[in-house]
Design a protein around this ligand. Structure first.
Ligand code: ZN
Length: 162
């Protein structure tokens, strides 16, 4: 069913999932230093700095959409301990772990960097899913309470062309 978008006034069909390309700490490394200081794949990333090596995994933060069965999937990155990063790499069965969100999501006026998340692993080729700590941060509220379809499209339009 087409949806008349209040952000761009066009008719849209299915809401796309949105993905942050890389962890912000990776993007902060100058491009000519990335070969020496980072590793990067679609699912995993490491960044070395003066404090040592930092480990990041990509997953999905689902936000329910009011009146829709399918949630909005926001692809983002969180930090992991080295131990958990390596267990994920070996595809071990894992209990939920702790991770810091390492993407600024520009739609939110309050910084989303370093929000606390619980990371759920699903095995096989499924991406982990992230559950934000239940704070009053607008992104955490959105994940708990859901957003309108119009709001979801506003977020999408910050990143994708109309
Ligand atoms: Zn639109």
């Amino acid at each position: 069913m087409a949806f008349r978008c209040t952000a761009c006034d066009a008719d849209h069909e299915a809401l796309p999932d949105l993905g942050m390309r890389a962890p912000d700490p990776y993007l902060a490394v100058p491009e000519d230093e990335r070969a020496a200081r980072t590793t990067f794949s679609e699912d995993r990333c490491t960044v070395e700095d003066d404090d040592g090596v930092h480990y990041f995994v990509r997953g999905v933060l689902y936000i329910p959409i009011h009146g829709q069965d399918e949630p909005f999937g926001l692809g983002v990155w969180v930090s992991q301990s080295r131990t958990n990063y390596e267990r994920y790499e070996r595809n071990e069965d894992m209990e939920p772990t702790f991770g810091w969100l390492v993407n600024r999501i520009g739609h939110y006026a309050e910084d989303t960097l370093l929000l606390k998340t619980r990371v759920h692993f699903h095995g096989g080729t499924s991406r982990p899913t992230f559950e934000l700590e239940p704070t009053a941060h607008p992104l955490a509220l959105d994940q708990r309470c859901g957003i309108s379809l119009a709001r979801a499209w506003e977020i999408v339009h910050r990143y994708l062309p109309n």
